[in-house]
Design a protein around this ligand. Structure first.
Ligand code: NAP
Length: 314
């Protein structure tokens, strides 16, 4: 029979949210156990230069995440390199099964599973990720001073990214697969009025073009979505902004969620619809989605969990 291991506080996820929660919880003597998941370190491990993490003028995403992990370990948090298979929140203690077949129970649970940027799914897009293809203008826009860049998508994120990129780029082309945007009208107005932005309607990206050595992007091969006509756009940076998917599939049927699958938390809190379950970071946040805001929410979740445990479990 599988041995059951009980822990007071379990944290699922190893991005800035999870590690920050672990640091705070360990320092509150809660002996947290953190399950890293399939991509230890989360989304920041697929970016290169990070220049907006306070205290680091420039740090590589993977380095930053390794340091956060080391920090969490140094405070006494236990890190398990495993992946959660199922989460049962119907009764207490909560039950979690892992890919390794281990069975865990916990009194309080912090969900910090984050979100994944949606990608177009092209081989060339994959090849140039971190070398000209990005899913975060806030993170990478700075590297395209006076260059031509393209943004793909038609939602709020795409329009905000395009507007943000005008701070650096010479020209921003927004490429959308239809002939109208789903972004808010006020954002659309700002987009259409901006002299640096050009919108290319009814176009899809067939390929990211560039060189191998050095690995840099030179443009996009495009196709007209209706008449199939092919064309090429010269650009040095490509920002894919076709939505994010919060990693809520393990809990979506058990917790209250909202459009897009984001877990709902109570105002000014990380409490979810189930007592003892806390959620933070990109799993709940469709607006800010920054490493530093995620870390802040991880801290909030640890403080909320600590308060919950001291009131309910002594
Ligand atoms: P979104 O609203 O789902 O928009 C995604 C866009 O990408 C859509 O225009 C969609 O095209 C396009 N798209 C999807 N798959 C594609 C593909 N394979 N190829 C080409 N284009 C594709 O996502 P989002 O903009 O990231 O926003 C997510 C949520 O966060 C929304 O609820 C949004 O309102 C919210 N948000 C809010 C703010 C804010 O309030 N300031 C800022 C950012 C995001 P179609 O239009 O044709 O479907």
């Amino acid at each position: 029979m599988t041995e059951i291991r009980h822990t007071r506080l379990l944290i699922v996820g190893s991005g800035p949210t999870g590690y920050t929660a672990a640091i705070y919880a360990a320092r509150a003597m809660l002996n947290p156990l953190l399950i890293q998941g399939i991509q230890p370190g989360g989304q920041l491990t697929i970016t290169t230069d990070v220049e907006n993490w306070p205290g680091d003028i420039n740090v590589q995403g993977p380095d930053l995440m390794q340091r956060m992990e080391a920090h969490a370990v140094s405070t006494g948090a236990e890190i398990l390199n495993d992946h959660v298979q199922s989460i049962h929140l119907a009764e207490k203690p909560f039950r979690i099964t892992l890919d390794s077949d281990a069975l865990l129970t916990c009194d309080a649970l912090i969900l910090a599973t984050g979100a994944q940027a949606r990608w177009l799914g092209l081989d060339s897009e994959d090849k140039f990720k971190g070398h000209g293809v990005s899913a975060c203008a806030t993170c990478d826009g700075f590297f395209y001073r006076d260059q031509d860049v393209a943004v793909i998508g038609g939602g709020n994120t795409a329009v905000e990214e395009a507007l943000f990129l005008t701070n650096f780029a010479r020209k921003v082309t927004l490429i959308h697969r239809r002939d109208s945007l789903r972004a808010e009208k006020t954002l659309q107005k700002r987009l259409f009025n901006h002299e640096k932005i050009h919108v290319l309607w009814d176009h899809v990206v067939d390929d990211v073009l560039g060189s191998d050595n050095p690995r840099i992007v030179s443009g996009l091969r495009l196709r007209h979505a209706r008449n199939g006509a092919e064309s090429k756009l010269d650009c040095k940076g490509v920002f894919v902004a076709i939505g994010h998917t919060p990693a809520s599939e393990l809990v979506a049927s058990q917790l209250q969620t909202r459009a897009g699958g984001y877990v709902i938390t109570k105002p000014e809190s990380t409490e979810t619809s189930i007592d003892g379950v806390f959620a933070a970071g990109d799993l709940v946040d469709s607006v800010y989605r920054q490493a530093v805001t995620s870390a802040g929410m991880g801290c909030m979740a640890a403080l909320d969990a600590e308060r919950y445990l001291s009131h309910r479990h002594g």
